[in-house]
Design a binder for this molecule. Structure first.
Ligand code: ZN
Length: 681
């Protein structure tokens, strides 16, 4: 029998986190870390894994375990005191990590290890940790001459403030515009909930009648349901010209100048580090190798999808004409008639399937499924310190009975919790000197809580979301990598990290697995075949149109950061128009300034990386196709996926792992097939 390591996992005490003391506690922690770091750098002349990487990893791990529960509470149980403390802490941590990444002495110490004879004796995980660290130092400008280093720092600071200004402009221009309505007839077609929201908006502003805003929950139902075409047109124009020089609102939030500056600064930043373009700099951290690879990937998707997207659009056109006598579709008609066509074709709503997905059945089905695939079991543990009575804690065991990790499940929507669904790390796996720290995850969703007389019932979208986040969770929890910097999702490139999550979604669309996860909450019946068929048909409604739209965003983003461009408002617009020629089923009006509110790429982390969404979907669809070949519950294939993908974390290149699992490089076919774009198997 192999000797079991000692378990050192300590779960956070959420009930004891005090917003009034966390800032000073963090200050002490950071000061201590800096003292330790300086000691390490002073004592040693020769560096190795034990005297540098291990103590630094330990320092990071302690800081991580302190910060993770605070960051988490800020997301799920926010209050004024906590928010104030959180923001102060965030600033401290950002400054601390910038200083570390620009510490030249520390960089040389890492380099010293990489250049030493001892390096060859390290295992591949240790080498990857050092390799990644050196890359991050370099990408933070540590290796530059002093004047270039100063310039780099200045660019980083300037970019950060320009990007956040750009985002504020989008927010402010979104909030600046409203449409006050006093005649309810204008809102004909809208569902009750959307009308209530408009009423509520008006009341909040002390106005009679109804108020439509450009916030998505207010804007989108109008585009989807409002029978009045001129209302849709007005709203569309206001929405698509936000933060620009066009449109009805004020132009004081025009982002055009900021976009030019941001793009120029990004190029300058990349050039300082020796890259030609910002796209090349961005790819240094990604799975995709070259710009040409990304471009041919996106162009190929566009080429193979555009004709089908045009057919879908033609269907829509004919439908609007034959059923509604509307013979010329405008951009603001597309969502509206699409919704009508969807109802006409499939007569399917999410409400219909909800009774078949009570939370308890979905969870036990999900646990049963991963048990079959990976030989693991999931058990609930009671009496764990949590932040809300609804939160549950589970432990995961492998087929030898060894614990592999644990997770908090916080599934219901409530105030003080941010929207959406996400997985976050609580504790990262670490295994040093026979002392093991288990990986612990937070899984968060915003589903409707149970009612007085019924359990919480999920829509099929909810079920898919839960599976997606659980996929991220398994990637974090089933890792067997011992060193935190590349353990679980750590060190996994941006364009590969969605593989295990998209992957899990596939089982939500199979008859056999739906029978595991869906049981009517009153009758215990499985999903009726007729309903399942409708659901499947509705799955790929206009999927080619959606695909080309994503490709349009991806191509615009990537070419913008990859090709020679003098970055003026005109040249940016011209590039977008060029991309649209190849990817759009309908050319928008000249006033369209979509790009001015495209915060994903201008202020978020998706710059030269928007393609990642589709990239990871190709990987997950292709990985899943192996299960389609071998049987969707095939334990051997599951075990292979477990060993080659889930257990490896960021310790190896994702392409190598993929090839090891699939036996070849990724193919685009399964994604096209799953999206109903090609029928060939
Ligand atoms: Zn995800």
């Amino acid at each position: 029998m192999t000797k079991q390591p000692k378990d050192s996992t300590v779960l956070p005490c959420f009930s004891r986190i005090d917003p009034h003391t966390i800032v000073s506690e963090l200050e002490v922690l950071i000061k201590g870390n800096i003292v330790k770091l300086n000691e390490i750098l002073e004592i040693n002349r020769e560096y190795n894994w034990e005297n540098l990487v291990m103590p630094l990893t330990e320092m990071d791990d302690i800081l991580g375990k302190f910060w993770s529960p605070i960051r988490h509470l800020h997301s799920v149980a926010d209050n004024d005191d906590l928010r104030k403390a959180y923001n102060l802490c965030l600033e401290l941590i950002t400054n601390y990590s910038t200083d570390i990444m620009q510490n030249h002495e520390l960089f040389l110490a890492y380099k010293n290890i990489a250049d030493s004879k001892n390096y060859l004796e390290l295992n591949h995980v240790q080498k990857k940790v050092i390799e990644n660290s050196l890359r991050e130092f370099r990408l933070s400008g540590v290796g530059l001459e002093q004047h270039a280093k100063d310039e780099f720092k200045k660019i980083v600071q300037e970019l950060s403030s320009l990007q956040s200004k750009l985002e504020e402009n989008v927010l402010d221009s979104t909030h600046d515009w409203t449409k006050h309505i006093t005649d309810l007839a204008l809102l004909n077609g809208l569902p009750e909930t959307a009308i209530d929201l408009a009423k509520q908006n008006a009341t909040e502003k002390d106005k009679p009648g109804w108020l439509i805003t450009l916030d998505f929950p207010s804007y989108y139902p109008v585009m989807q349901y409002a029978d009045d075409a001129s209302l849709r047109q007005e709203l569309y124009q206001a929405y698509i010209t936000r933060a620009s020089d066009q449109g009805p609102g004020s132009h004081q939030w025009d982002n055009s100048n900021l976009m030019e500056k941001i793009l120029k600064l990004r190029t300058a930043k990349a050039r300082l580090l020796g890259y030609n373009t910002y796209a090349e700099y961005s790819l240094a951290r990604k799975m995709a190798d070259t710009g040409e690879d990304v471009l041919s990937f996106l162009n190929d998707l566009a080429k193979r999808t555009i004709d089908i997207a045009k057919e879908e659009f033609q269907d829509l056109r004919e439908f609007a004409e034959s059923q509604y006598g509307h013979d010329n579709l405008n951009v603001w008609d597309v969502t509206y008639y699409s919704e009508k066509l969807r109802q006409h074709k499939f007569n399917f709503t999410q409400e219909e399937v909800k009774p078949y997905f009570p939370v308890s059945a979905v969870l036990s089905g999900l646990f049963n499924l991963v048990g079959r695939l990976y030989g693991i079991s999931v058990e609930e543990k009671n009496n764990v310190d949590v932040w809300h009575p609804d939160v549950r804690f589970f432990e995961i065991f492998d087929n030898q009975g060894n614990q592999r990790g644990g997770f908090y499940l916080d599934i219901y929507a409530r105030r003080q919790k941010r929207g959406g669904a996400w997985m976050d790390e609580c504790i990262v796996r670490k295994n040093v000197d026979d002392v093991l720290q288990q990986p612990i995850a937070y899984l968060n969703c915003n589903f409707t809580p149970p009612g007085d007389d019924r359990p919480s019932l999920l829509t099929h979208d909810d079920v898919t979301t839960l599976f997606h986040e659980f996929g991220h969770g398994l990637h974090h929890m089933l890792t067997l990598v011992d060193h935190p910097p590349v353990s679980g999702i750590n060190g996994v490139p941006w364009d590969a990290v969605e593989l295990p999550s998209h992957f899990m979604e596939n089982w939500c669309w199979e008859r056999q697995s739906l029978d595991l996860i869906g049981r009517h909450y009153k009758t215990d019946e499985t999903l009726p075949e007729e309903l399942f068929k409708k659901m499947l048909l509705a799955r790929n409604f206009q999927s080619a149109m959606q695909m080309v739209r994503q490709v349009e965003f991806g191509l615009f983003d990537f070419r913008l950061h990859y090709e020679e461009n003098d970055y003026t408002q005109q040249s940016i617009q011209q590039l977008l128009n060029e991309v649209r020629e190849k990817t759009s089923v309908i050319i928008p009006p000249d006033y369209n300034r979509f790009q001015n509110s495209f915060t994903h790429i201008f202020s978020g982390g998706y710059a030269a990386g928007y393609y990642s969404y589709k990239w990871a979907e190709v990987l997950s669809a292709d990985a899943y196709s192996k299960f389609e070949e071998n049987g969707i519950f095939d334990g051997n294939t599951g075990e292979e996926f477990l060993h080659t993908i889930l257990e490896q974390g960021g310790s190896r290149e994702p392409m190598d792992l993929f090839v090891e699992f699939r036996g070849r490089k990724p193919s685009i076919e399964p994604l096209l097939r799953h999206s109903g774009i090609t029928n060939t198997a």
